[in-house]
Design a protein. Structure first.
Length: 260
């Protein structure tokens, strides 16, 4: 159930845990400024690649991915099933609407006959990087994972570029309390504990995401991760409530478009 539906139906309570003070304001505002959900981890959506030249990797763009040569190598997750695929769809749609001022559907039409759509992120990584599938939608933290575990030589990740700028979309995961919780004080304590350094320090090498708590030190392997620092973060350009309320129709339109 998306955030808009949760808020509309009054499913969640708003609560401000004390440890939210350690979470950057932009993460809070970009997820839910009303604190019905509070961030606990995040990462930019990016495109992982293998066997790609450094010049192409450093200039990866939606236009480049329209090229059949690259579109045939590209794997995306189904946004009607998978959160990674959903975040990528929002990323692309917001970029086209707010940066290019174009219809977001045009890009999908141009790649629909070439791109490989799989149900989930797990499915995507069963074929990446094999059989010519050298690009996949994933996260900026993946290079840290690649370096920690090995097995992905010559692979990296990149956000999209346009006119000399890099554009990112943050997937922000949140935690909330269901209205009518029988043990409210315990639920509130749990939410606050989840944002504590004790738990948040486990996020990087447990979830392979950035911890929301800004005072947590990242492990050395995260020097390989790609953050949103120095980029145009598209989350800040849009009203998150409107995205939440319209995400269902966005996905339905995508499903219809890709089925034709």
């Amino acid at each position: 159930m998306d955030l808009g539906t949760l808020l509309f139906k009054g499913v969640l309570l708003n609560y401000t845990p004390p440890n939210l003070a350690y979470v950057p304001g932009y993460l809070v505002n970009d997820l839910d400024p009303t604190h019905h959900l509070v961030p606990y981890e995040y990462a930019p959506i990016t495109v992982d690649y293998c066997n790609l030249s450094s010049s192409l990797a450093s200039n990866l763009s939606f236009t480049m991915l329209e090229n059949p040569v690259f579109a045939r190598q590209f794997v995306v997750e189904n946004p009607s099933i998978d959160s990674t695929g959903l975040s990528f769809l929002i990323y692309q749609a917001v970029f086209y609407q707010y940066i290019l001022h174009e219809n977001w559907q045009s890009w999908w039409r141009s790649i629909s006959t070439y791109v490989r759509v799989v149900p989930t992120w797990d499915d995507a990584f069963t074929i990446f990087p094999t059989n010519g599938y050298n690009m996949v939608v994933s996260y900026g933290t993946d290079p840290a994972y690649f370096n920690y575990f090995g097995g992905y030589p010559g692979c990296g990740t990149s956000a999209v570029h346009f006119n000399g700028k890099t554009y990112t979309w943050l997937e922000i995961e949140g935690i909330g309390i269901v209205k009518g919780a029988k043990h409210l004080a315990l639920a509130q304590a749990f939410e606050n504990w989840f944002l504590s350094s004790t738990v948040q320090s486990e996020i990087p090498e447990g979830e392979w995401m950035f911890p929301a708590n800004s005072i947590v030190l990242l492990p050395p392997v995260f020097s390989h991760a790609v953050s949103a620092e120095g980029t145009v973060v598209l989350n800040s350009l849009v009203n998150q409530t409107q995205i939440a309320l319209n995400v269902t129709s966005l996905v339905q339109d995508w499903v219809k478009l890709m089925a034709t």
